[in-house]
Write a protein that binds this ligand. Structure first.
Ligand code: FAD
Length: 379
């Protein structure tokens, strides 16, 4: 039977989640969250504590197999959980590369040994992951990756440079895209699960517009064991691509987490506007609230389509285009509200959110995917 967000099973689960989120939101430290951007170092400390709290309370890995510490539920329950956390203004998880990318990929394509050693530490918040895809000259054009992995007697020698690696300074593992063969650009790529504590990995944080250094340049001149290769040699493009099967659930889940960010900003915005905003901002907030509601339903539809096995590259692109625009719109409205009490917050968040239309695929690239895959326009 086709599962939906409106079925009795989903409603029962939502009630269970809501009673927990409402109770949790009344407990410190979750009651007194500071007013900071999500990627601020202090906020990241709170979000990492939230990851641990989710594991300790039995809410980590809702759709992951029970044998690896998950709850064996499905994507619908994952999204419902995010929706309810947003409703209760609870924090966003920190280790999303672990939970939305590396974990699902290892579960689907890893060896029994990789699953046994890498999955549970993601759920318990013991291992934090980063994503090593982008390089100078290989961002939007990801197939141009030049970092090389050469076979050795004991495993692989990795040499190269990554850039814009978020949270590299915190990471225990990197989901790394490297070139293993001369083949065609895409066929020559493979994925490695690299222990970031290995000797020969040099991390140089990059200072951002916000003044913080949330991402880094990472230089690899290191050796990793044979067991670091994920899947087959040459399978890296399929395992890294935004349209790869392991990302289908992850895209809706990632969008759902971002929807939560938007709800938290809207809550703040409504507070500022009620006291200090102009009529114009009040009307704009009301229009934005309708877009936020529409996004919630779009995420639900994409989740249901993914569960029905539909290929979803264009739908995923649409979700990211919408949530990134909404986040930026909210920050602009916050600045426009001219709230004297929270003007520093809105200024900081406005600058911080410039990143969201670049990270994880730029809006221009996503529009190209949409134009060719959904609208069938010629290139
Ligand atoms: C906050 C943040 C966090 C990030 N975290 C990570 C991370 O953890 N791991 C990781 O691997 N990467 C990360 N990135 C990198 C991100 O994936 C890249 O910045 C992004 O893919 C764009 O690549 P680029 O910066 O090389 O820009 P380029 O690809 O050089 O693009 C420059 C401009 O040209 C446009 N453009 C390029 N090609 C086309 C085209 N064919 N058609 C139309 N327009 C085009 C782009 O849209 C963009 O506006 C992060 C980036 C940011 C901002």
């Amino acid at each position: 039977m086709l599962r939906t967000f409106l079925g009795p099973q989903a409603s029962t689960f939502r009630e269970e989640v809501r009673s927990w989120t409402v109770a949790t939101a009344k407990q410190p430290p979750w009651t007194q969250l500071p007013l900071l951007p999500d990627d601020h170092p202090d906020m990241l400390t709170i979000r990492r504590a939230w990851d641990r709290h989710l594991w300790e309370s039995g809410w980590a890995g809702l759709s992951w197999p029970e044998e690896h510490g998950g709850r064996g539920l499905g994507p619908i329950e994952e999204v419902i959980f995010q929706e309810e956390c947003a409703r209760a203004l609870l924090p966003q998880p920190a280790n999303t590369i672990g939970t939305h990318l590396a974990g699902p990929a290892v579960l689907a394509h890893g060896t029994p040994e990789q699953r046994a050693t890498l999955i549970r530490p993601i759920l318990t918040a013991q291992h934090f992951w980063c994503e090593g895809f982008s390089e100078p000259e290989a961002g939007s054009d990801l197939a141009a990756v030049r970092t090389r992995a050469e076979p050795t007697a004991h495993g692989w020698a990795i040499h190269g440079q990554k850039i814009w690696t978020s949270f590299a300074t915190y990471a225990d593992y990197c989901y790394l895209l490297a070139r293993t063969g001369a083949g065609s650009r895409k066929a020559g790529l493979s994925i490695f699960l690299v222990d970031m504590h290995s000797p020969g990995i040099d991390i140089h944080p990059i200072r951002q517009l916000s003044g913080h250094a949330q991402f880094s340049q990472v230089f690899f001149d290191t050796s990793v064991p044979e067991s670091s290769l994920l899947g087959e040699i040459g399978e890296g493009w399929a395992l890294s691509s935004l349209v790869g099967s392991h990302r289908v659930g992850g895209a809706a889940l990632g969008a759902s987490a971002r929807w939560g960010d938007i709800c938290r900003l809207m809550d703040r915005l409504e507070g500022c506007c009620a006291r200090f905003g102009t009529t114009t901002t009040a009307e704009q907030i009301s229009a934005a609230a309708q877009d936020v509601e529409a996004l919630k339903w779009q995420i639900r539809i994409v989740t249901e389509l993914a569960m029905a096995g539909r290929a979803l590259a264009a739908e995923q692109s649409t979700l990211k285009l919408i949530w990134s625009r909404l986040l930026q719109d909210c920050s602009s409205l916050g600045v426009d509200s001219e709230c004297p009490e929270h003007s520093d917050f809105w200024r900081e968040i406005f600058l911080d959110l410039r990143r969201v239309t670049i990270a994880g695929g730029t809006s221009q690239i996503l529009r190209n995917v949409l134009a060719t895959n959904l609208l069938g326009l010629p290139r």
